[in-house]
Design a protein around this ligand. Structure first.
Ligand SMILES: Nc1ncnc2c1ncn2[C@@H]1O[C@H](COP(=O)(O)OP(=O)(O)OP(=O)(O)O)[C@@H](O)[C@H]1O
Length: 590
């Protein structure tokens, strides 16, 4: 949709009124100029007061209109801006939410474009309002130019020709401004990153312990200085060019005035003509300067709006089937068939020909050293990315042929880098399946399964307690937000996954890393019961928790090196046996 289309759909009344006011405002200066000439000529010509009075009253009414219309215009523009920006922002984040995978969020070029698009949410409104103002200024300029032409076609011609360099200069300046903004986008993203880091609750502990605050502040200030010097260069150029243009306009107006006074001396012009001449030259110049700056603004906003439309029109980063196959209920299993994967064309292979089956109804354990590719396998299972080569099938159907959203509906997961939201406890769990917000019993049941019910129940406001000290007042309690411990957050993340009790596949990536030994043992007993008969993939560095798995898959440097049960793998005496005995030794007393 075009900027104007969006603007008129969201604020038709405001923009309609603004257009009418602009039309009235456009002819006001012309009418005032002519009436002023009439008054002066009448006064100097000795016209009767009863003829003068209506003109004076008309001038007073036009003066009142000239004074009030800008205030009304400002109010209507602000309201139109709010409505249109709201809709533009909504569309932008709808588009962002539509990207099926993670690729876009790891692409710096796209992130730069997104930052520019975020700044462009006021562009549709500004563009439309600027266009209305542009039309207004054109009408005023034509009216005043016509008035000037009646008195002196020669000077009128000079004023017109003098406007040309202004137009070209303003357009060039606008182009440079947009170029600078685009070029500075990565730096501004960087500056924002440092800024957020310095005020981030989670980062503050390390920053204080390592005393890295001043280092990060220094980096932020250096980035900011770079941005400022680039902007200063643009501002200086604008200062020089625009001052030159103003000077040029003053010379044109001054020369015209001298000519007009000389002409009046020769009796060719009346006093009213001189007044009209002065008002018209100034008015035309103001209107023309307004047109130039509005044209430049429009040009700039159009270029910024391009980034907005580019994000809105960006295709999904991985192909989404136009007519997806309905995701079948899992009955056979998930197969990785010679899957190769790397995060980017210029990055190393992370998975190299992985062929493995997660059979239906079985608990599969995934083991491997840091960086072996375990979390990557999980991300591919959820189709956050597509394999670079090979394929993954869900009951025989290639994941690429399924609707990613419907596939994910069938999966419950706790990721290694799970989220803790600054929301209430209830909402933190319900995010696993938002329909549960209307069914608190389901939320409680999931919390019981994740062994976090007791903790939540005893919070100051129970399930409605805000799990943040930053937004504490939002929970309607006495304003005391609560901060949970790492292990408690982890259980909450588990509850979020357990909310999808009927999920076909349960993925747990290091679900007990933050739990105390007792809680871990309890959790794994619970998970075992939950996993019984259901299909699950569990990643854990604590190999003891995988003993009961129906199948253990060992990943090493992106390839499957061993598969079997705990007993068979121990007997094989390979990597798994080595890792297991090394870990077991650590628990044994001498
Ligand atoms: N988003 C990403 N972009 C680029 N490379 C990535 C990305 N995520 C992971 N990697 C790389 O892929 C490799 C495998 O990472 P992965 O997280 O799958 O390992 P892992 O076996 O889960 O490790 P760990 O036991 O430490 O959690 C690593 O070398 C990592 O640097």
């Amino acid at each position: 949709m075009s900027a104007a289309g969006l603007a008129f759909r969201e604020a038709p009344a405001q923009l309609g009124l603004l257009s009418v006011i602009a039309l009235v405002g456009a002819v006001l200066p012309v009418a005032v100029t002519w009436l002023t000439k009439l008054v002066i000529d009448s006064v100097t010509g000795g016209t009767a007061i009863d003829v003068l009075l209506p003109i004076a009253i008309a001038l007073a009414v036009l003066g009142a209109l000239t004074a009030t219309l800008p205030q009304i215009t400002q109010y209507l523009s602000a309201e139109a801006q709010r409505r249109i920006s709201r809709a533009a922002k909504d569309r932008l984040y709808q588009a962002v939410n539509r990207f099926p995978g993670l690729g876009r969020f790891e692409d710096p070029q796209f992130l730069n474009q997104l930052r520019l698009a975020e700044a462009a949410d006021s562009a549709p409104a500004q563009l439309t309002i600027a266009t209305v103002q542009l039309v207004k200024n054109v009408i005023t300029a034509l009216g005043l130019f016509g008035s000037l032409y009646v008195i002196t076609p020669f000077i009128a011609g000079i004023v017109l020709v003098a406007a040309l360099p202004t137009l070209l200069a303003e357009l060039a300046l606008a182009k440079r401004r947009v170029k600078t903004t685009t070029r500075l986008s990565p730096d501004e993203r960087r500056e924002l990153f440092y800024q957020m880091l310095l005020s981030d609750e989670r980062a503050s502990q390390e920053i204080r312990l390592f005393g890295s605050g001043d280092f990060l502040r220094g980096r932020m200030m250096r980035t900011m200085s770079g941005i400022h010097s680039a902007r200063r260069a643009v501002d200086r150029r604008e200062l020089v060019v625009q001052s030159g243009l103003e000077l040029f306009a003053a010379v044109v107006a001054g020369t015209g005035l001298i000519w007009a006074i000389l002409a009046a001396g020769r009796g060719e012009l009346t006093a009213g003509d001189i007044a009209l001449f002065m008002a018209a030259v100034a008015g035309v110049q103001i209107a023309v300067a307004g047109i130039m700056s509005l044209l430049a603004q429009t040009h700039e906003q159009l270029m910024i709006f391009d980034h907005y439309t580019a994000v809105l029109g960006a295709p999904p980063e991985m192909p989404v089937a136009e007519h997806p196959v309905a995701t079948p209920e899992l009955r056979r299993g998930i197969m990785f068939e010679d899957v190769w994967f790397r995060y980017g064309d210029d990055l190393p292979w992370v998975l190299r020909g992985v062929t493995v089956t997660v059979p239906y109804g079985m608990a599969v354990g995934l083991v491997g050293k840091n960086g072996a590719g375990k979390s990557t396998v999980v991300k591919l299972l959820c189709r956050m990315y597509d394999p670079t080569k090979g394929r993954i099938t869900w009951d025989g159907v290639d994941l690429r042929d399924l609707d990613p959203a419907r596939l994910r509906d069938r999966i419950g997961a706790v990721f290694q880098d799970f989220m803790s939201y600054d929301l209430t406890a209830e909402e933190n769990i319900a995010l696993g399946d938002l329909t549960a917000l209307k069914d608190p019993d389901r939320i409680t049941a999931a919390a019981v399964q994740a062994d976090v019910h007791d903790v939540v129940e005893h919070l100051p406001n129970g399930y409605r307690t805000m799990l943040s000290r930053m937004f504490a007042e939002d929970d309607g309690s006495d304003g005391t937000g609560v901060v949970l411990s790492g292990g408690q957050w982890q259980r909450l993340a588990l509850a979020r996954a357990f909310l999808r009790a009927d999920a076909d596949l349960l993925i747990l990536d290091e679900p007990s890393a933050g739990l105390d030994p007792e809680a871990e043992a309890e959790l794994h007993a619970r998970i075992s019961t939950l996993r019984e008969g259901s299909t699950s993939v569990l990643i854990s560095h604590r190999l003891g928790t995988l003993r009961d798995a129906d199948l253990i898959v060992v990943l090493d440097n992106g390839t499957v090196t061993e598969t079997g049960t705990h007993t068979t793998l121990l007997a094989t005496d390979g990597t798994y046996a080595h890792l297991f005995t090394t870990q077991a030794k650590g628990y044994q007393t001498e």
